[in-house]
Design a protein around this ligand. Structure first.
Ligand SMILES: [Zn+2]
Length: 164
């Protein structure tokens, strides 16, 4: 098997990271390529373990002069954003992230990508629920399938710089 982590450059300033971030993760491709601004797409990150978190935080520290934008953060990434403050560097913003919703009528779950500043406001002191979403099949209101208080905690640390 090859490495389970994949780092693919879509543009000079846009990189897509997929797979598993663990003790084998190597971000030198990321940290070697220094630009002023970097968009990091985290849609397909399947899992991050504690060693992976350390690797990531180290890589972000090496990119501390770069304006980082996290895009499409997978649920596995959002958990880390909220639990590990260093996961978001000083010059780093979260543009959008995934959240899971459940339909009690259809008994299924759906993933929505929420855009910060559009679907949900950053910088609130407390988050009691996710934004309202409706089932694509039965149109019923969906339940936010995370504990909003912990899952959305990272948003409290983001500034309200964006317009509504
Ligand atoms: Zn439904």
């Amino acid at each position: 098997m090859t490495s389970e982590l994949s780092i693919k450059w879509k543009r000079d300033d846009y990189v897509s990271i997929a797979g598993i971030i663990d003790e084998n993760a190597n971000f030198s491709d990321l940290t070697n390529r220094k630009t002023d601004i970097l968009y990091i797409d985290l849609k397909d990150v399947a899992r991050i373990n504690s060693s992976g978190v350390r690797k990531w935080v180290n890589a972000i520290e090496m990119l501390k002069e770069v304006e980082l934008h996290y895009i499409n953060c997978a649920c596995s990434v959002v958990d880390q954003l909220s639990m590990v403050p260093e996961f978001i560097g000083r010059k780093c913003t979260v543009e959008s992230f995934d959240a899971e919703y459940a339909c009690e009528t259809c008994n299924n779950t759906q993933i929505f990508t929420l855009v910060v500043g559009y679907d949900i406001e950053p910088g609130l002191t407390k988050y009691l629920d996710g934004p309202e979403k409706f089932c694509q099949k039965c149109k019923n209101r969906l339940e936010f399938n995370h504990n909003p208080d912990s899952y959305l905690f990272f948003l409290s640390k983001l500034s309200k710089k964006r317009k509504k």
